[in-house]
Design a protein around this ligand. Structure first.
Ligand SMILES: Nc1ncnc2c1ncn2[C@@H]1O[C@H](COP(=O)(O)OP(=O)(O)OP(=O)(O)O)[C@@H](O)[C@H]1O
Ligand SMILES: [Mg+2]
Length: 488
């Protein structure tokens, strides 16, 4: 018997020890110490080269590269990992600027290589401040030039971001010379406020970040440096808010093209030619415009527009975003890889998304009514985040009342559209949308300026959300089960 128990006992002891070791490593600073130790061993096997970036040149003039590198380093997430970091207030009230403390080191990764920056501040006087770049000799030839270019680009972007973003809309064709009108873009939406599967959100953030870093890579492949996203899903699921979050994240201006104000295909091309680099070019509700034969823009006009980004004049730093309610009825030519690089599905709420909304709108992490809400979601009922958000906002002083109103709405499925009743077909939605819109356009508010304001609101979700739903298959959205993490 004893012999039988011994292997099990041994196994149990090993597993327990491993578990304890894991807890010890992760709950204490040991993992950090181990990593540091491992890195110093690794360093012994590589030859490094050092590049100094002093703050002033020999004639005591400011070195612009030092300024750019400082801006770049403060934008790095790894800055927060350094042992000592200085915190300063920025120009805006809630801005915090990070600065590396003297003799601190931070790591950065570029094209698969690790580089380090050392703040070589030998004295307290400002005249001797130098930033030192440490690169492996083996990586130097491959990455040094593109890395310095990347620093230039990123620091310019950060500075541009500080200046404030702009939202451009295309104005009527009668003002031939001025096709775009701009307003300050102050949309509060960020990736933190968007309710979305957190894995997907992180994937999209790193997709954007890696796009910004890969100019040289795109050029080496002979491809224009651009990326196209398709956001599709029912109304009120956060597509427009996501575009605003994207623009805020990368610090790009937004050009929202209203196809109803575009005369014809060549007019569309002119608009594209008049956009600037580092911008998000947005066409909302593309599916509706493709169905709507009354518009002057043809399918081939749209295809040329999507490819037009390849023209030498506008080959740089563009992100194109198209939103749709559904892509089933859209010509596959529009959706082919190269024209659309990333498809992102925006679904109606499930229980996990509902919980994230309850937390952000009501500050409620758990509630006795949650099981009832979950049960209703399990029957297949659902509402859009916009619909649930509105109900919570209206009853924000009483979480119980807010949850009860969500339950009632889910039971009747909003205005009787959902799976508890017969879901409307996509065509109903599009015809309803066009009716609503034609009402808007032919109404009293026909002046250019009023249209423009309406469009700003429509673009960014300030108008009452329209009710149309459809269930879609998805590409970039992972399969979700209730309880899966949602980032808010
Ligand atoms: N996923 C979400 N996360 C956070 N808020 C959301 C989300 N979806 C919708 N909302 C809220 O609902 C409002 C409307 O959302 P938004 O305009 O982004 O939806 P949409 O998908 O663009 O709708 P439409 O297809 O009708 O244009 C926003 O102001 C936002 O506050
Ligand atoms: Mg929208």
């Amino acid at each position: 018997m004893e012999i039988l128990y011994t292997p099990f006992l041994l196994l149990f002891i090993i597993v327990s020890l491993l578990f304890l070791l894991r807890v010890l490593l992760f709950k204490t600073g040991l993992i950090y110490i181990t990593k540091k130790w491992w890195r110093s061993i690794e360093d012994c096997f590589h030859v490094y080269q050092f590049f100094k970036v002093p703050e002033f040149n020999e004639s005591m003039q400011e070195n612009q590269l030092y300024h750019k590198v400082s801006i770049y380093l403060s934008s790095l997430a790894s800055m927060e990992d350094s042992d000592y970091t200085n915190l300063f207030a920025g120009k805006k009230s809630n801005d915090i600027i990070l600065h590396l403390d003297p003799n601190q080191v931070i790591d950065d990764y570029f094209l698969g290589a690790r580089v380090s920056w050392i703040n070589d501040d030998k004295s307290d006087t400002t005249c001797c401040r130098t930033l030192v770049l440490k690169v492996r000799r083996a990586d130097k030839r491959r990455i040094l030039r593109p890395y310095l270019q990347h620093i230039h680009i990123t620091s310019d972007e950060v500075e541009q971001k500080k200046k404030g973003l702009k939202l451009y809309i295309n104005i009527g064709s009668h003002e031939q010379n001025r096709r775009w009108r701009s307003v300050p873009f102050n949309h509060p939406s960020t990736f933190d406020t968007i309710v979305m599967d957190s894995d997907l959100k992180n994937k999209l953030k790193s997709d954007l970040e890696s796009f910004l870093k890969t100019k040289q890579y795109y050029h080496r492949l002979g491809r224009a440096w651009k990326r196209s996203y398709l956001l599709y899903g029912p109304s009120g699921t956060g597509k427009s808010s996501f575009v605003a979050a994207m623009a805020n994240f990368i610090g790009y201006d937004v050009y929202g093209i209203d196809l109803s104000r575009v005369l014809d295909d060549s007019d569309l091309k002119t608009l594209l030619l008049q956009t600037t680099s580092k911008s998000v070019i947005l066409i909302e509700d593309l599916d509706r415009f493709l169905m709507d034969k009354s518009t002057g823009v043809s399918l081939s006009g749209v295809l040329n527009f999507m490819d037009g980004i390849l023209n030498a004049c506008c080959a740089e730093e563009r992100i194109m975003v198209f939103t749709m309610n559904g892509k089933d009825h859209v010509d596959p030519a529009i959706l082919r890889p190269g024209r659309i690089d990333v498809h992102i599905h925006f679904p109606l709420c499930d229980f996990a998304a509902f919980k994230t909304l309850a937390n952000s709108y009501l500050g409620v992490k758990d509630h006795k009514l949650f099981p009832q809400v979950e049960e209703i979601f399990l029957t297949g009922a659902s509402l859009s985040p916009a619909e649930i958000g509105e109900l919570m906002l209206a009853n924000r002083n009483s979480p119980s009342r807010a949850l009860k109103s969500v339950i009632t709405a889910l039971q009747t499925d909003g205005d009787g559209r959902g799976s508890l009743n017969i879901r409307r077909q996509w065509t109903d939605n599009s015809s309803r949308k066009s009716t609503e819109d034609s009402g808007e356009h032919s109404g009293v508010f026909s002046k250019e300026g009023v249209h423009a304001m309406k469009d700003f609101r429509k673009l960014y979700g300030l108008l009452r959300f329209k009710s149309n739903k459809t269930s879609e298959s998805f590409d970039m959205t992972p399969d979700r089960k209730d309880g899966q993490s949602y980032g808010s």
